[in-house]
Design a protein around this ligand. Sequence first.
Ligand SMILES: [Zn+2]
Length: 133
Amino acid sequence: MHELSLCNSIARAVIQNAQGRRVTSVRLRVGALRQVVPETLVYCWSIASRGPILDGSVLEVEHVPAEIECGDCGTRSELSRFNLSCPSCGNHEVKVVSGEEMLIESIEVADEAEPPEAPPDPRPSGPATTAAH
Ligand SMILES: [Zn+2]
């Protein structure tokens, strides 16, 4: 399943960005030209997000419509199925300017406060900076 491998790579990127903090939600922008089904993506996320960092996190999929830009008059319009021409001047020399997106827009992490059931952090909490001589 294409969506699952996608979710796995999203999960990897989110874990890197979370830097050990627990993630509560992930916002993803998906262009209309990407052949993904948002519902399937969300379902696959529930599998890909297993683990201490992402467990229980929600994947929010934001759908980005496909847009074309006219090479002649510059009009931007939403790409309608089977109609690759400028609605303003009828020119067929249009290029797709959006709709291929697949990016993590934002991630939300849990508050800094430790949940009560979490074990105490074994790492020493020394000063982060060293004094200059
Ligand atoms: Zn035009």
